[in-house]
Design a protein around this ligand. Structure first.
Ligand code: BLA
Length: 511
């Protein structure tokens, strides 16, 4: 897709959002080539900046910004040391007004962006204290939910947004609002799920390298970036602070009644783990320094999330070792595995995050959880009748679609199955079950009339997003993760070993 082609709901993951040729109109952009000539300028730069500017195609000369030697120096410095993605920041006065000047290099091009400092920008001292307090609080949190809540509160306190959410990506790039602070009269979004397509892949890639974006006024008309020569390539705005965002996303925000939006990436191990996403009902120009403090909050947050996740993984691994030992203990020389393991059913189910568990061998069947005995027996029968499996660990997110089309358990909403065939002679199965994802999530949204719908239709509304997510996950459970699959394999080995040992005992007793 080329810049200027029409963006639709079907091709928006192809939209080259890094070269929109447009900036948000609250600031001005100037970009210079390696020889110091002005190659790109945003249309309103001359109106916004009360100073002499070079003409397109002409070099930056000392008389430009003559009152501002430091601006000239920053631009010259940028040209000597082009470090992409590492912007330099200056506070400058133009015509008696304060501006934030952000300079960065992309390739050999040096980009200077000017943002007028909002008149009511929080006093420096207050804001530094608030930022400092937020970092301290973030560092003290020892559980993930509390950590995310503290981060959303900190960003809300620093910026004044009406709503700040922590949005966490799931295994399939869909997302969930896992924490939220908001103005009281706004409808809560916490717990909501959104499909991967609400933040297309190219946007996610960009958000890993450029971690903060502000859409200061959703209803402002973007300004074109003029080019010195038609033959030159469009300016790569991946690292620009004024980059104008995709029209599809603007329509989405407008439909939701959002007047300003900001989001900050939570990057862990080079991948986008989540975002802090902020909404305001009217326009909101968050000063650059405040945005940078929010970016630091997100970095501290990411580091803490990473260490809490590592701690949780270590705890889970420890619990798995203990569980395995209990299983070995209970199973060793047990005459009847089903009875011997019954007391461990709750711990086993919980280790696999499975609300139901079945254990069967010969004519015995243990049922744990809210599945009917008939559905359980039918499922075990179905598994026993399957053709000889390649693997004694079976896993699926969709029993009805991929394993047993006619299982009554599947009809009753059981979709995820992790099955361990530990005794092929006597039909020994340990089965963990999960429900359909949708059954566990309820739409708490207000009626759709709360939202408007633009030219691209109702898809770009919270309800439209939820419907897409529901379609994508219909008939499936959440997936089994690697740790759970590894534990399954270990337990299978132990149960199979116990079964073999019992057979050996029995045949010894017979001889
Ligand atoms: C970008 N989509 C985004 C962004 C967010 C979301 C946070 C980053 C830009 C920003 O900070 O506003 C999505 N925002 C959400 C979600 C919530 C939220 C899910 O607050 C939940 C509470 N968007 C769509 C569809 C398409 C789409 C259907 O919903 C395309 C078919 C596109 N979203 C889209 C694009 C971008 C985007 C192209 C990139 C915008 C840019 O940076 O230019």
């Amino acid at each position: 897709m080329a810049p200027g082609d029409e963006v639709t709901l079907d091709n928006c993951d192809q939209e080259p959002i890094h070269i929109p040729g447009l900036v948000q109109p609250h600031g001005a952009l100037l970009a210079f080539d390696a020889s110091g000539c002005l190659r790109y300028v945003s249309a309103q730069a001359a109106t916004l900046l009360p100073t002499a500017l070079p003409v397109l195609g002409e070099p930056l000369a000392p008389q430009h910004f003559d009152a501002l030697p430091e601006v000239h120096a920053a631009l010259a410095d940028g040209q000597r040391e082009p470090i992409a993605g590492q912007p330099a920041h200056l506070e400058v006065q133009l015509g008696g007004r304060p501006y934030d000047l952000i300079v960065h290099a992309i390739g050999t091009t040096v980009v200077a962006e000017f943002e007028p400092r909002p008149q009511d920008a929080q006093a420096h001292a207050d804001f530094a204290i608030a930022a400092h307090r937020a970092m301290g609080k973030l560092k003290r949190q020892t559980d993930l939910d509390a950590l995310l809540r503290v981060a959303t509160s900190a960003v809300r306190e620093l910026t004044g947004f009406d709503r700040v959410m922590a949005y966490r990506f799931r295994h399939d790039d869909s997302g969930e609002v896992v924490a939220e602070v908001k103005a009281e009269d706004l409808e809560p979004f916490e717990g909501r799920r959104y499909p991967a397509s609400d933040i297309p892949a190219q946007a996610r890639r960009l958000y890993v390298i450029n971690t903060l974006r502000l859409i200061a006024d959703v209803s402002a008309t973007p300004q074109p970036v003029l080019e010195a020569a038609r033959t030159s390539s469009p300016l790569d705005m991946s690292h620009c602070v004024l980059r104008s965002v995709s029209p599809v996303h603007i329509e989405y925000l407008r439909n939701m009644g959002v007047g300003a939006s900001m989001s900050i990436s939570i990057v862990i191990d080079g991948a986008l783990w989540g975002m802090l996403a902020c909404h305001h009902r009217s326009a909101l120009q968050v000063p650059y320094t405040v945005r940078m403090a929010c970016d630091v909050v997100a970095q501290v947050l990411a580091a803490n999330v990473q260490s809490l996740l590592a701690r949780d993984r270590a705890r889970e691994a420890e619990a798995a070792v203990e569980l395995r030992a209990s299983v070995i203990n209970a199973a060793v020389h047990a005459d009847d595995l089903v009875t011997a393991l019954a007391p461990l059913a709750p711990a086993l189910a919980s280790a696999f995050d499975a609300p139901a568990l079945l254990l069967a061998q010969e004519g015995r069947l243990l049922v744990h959880g809210a599945i009917s005995r008939d559905d359980a027996a039918d499922l075990i029968q179905g598994l026993r009748e399957l053709p000889e499996p390649h693997d004694d660990v079976l896993s699926t997110q969709a029993i009805g679609r991929h394993l047993l089309a006619n299982a009554s358990a599947a009809t009753a909403g059981w979709c995820g199955l992790l099955g361990l065939r530990f005794d092929s002679m006597l039909g020994g199965w340990l089965v963990l079950l999960r429900r359909e994802q949708i059954e566990t999530i309820h739409w708490g949204g207000r009626p759709e009339k709360e939202y408007t719908s633009g030219p691209r239709g109702p898809r770009l509304t919270p309800r439209g997003s939820f419907e897409v997510w529901k379609e994508e996950v219909r008939g499936t459970s959440a997936p089994w993760n690697d740790a759970q699959l590894a534990l399954a394999r270990q337990l299978l080995d132990e149960l199979a070993r116990a079964t073999t040992a019992r057979m050996a005992d029995l045949s010894r007793a017979r001889t």
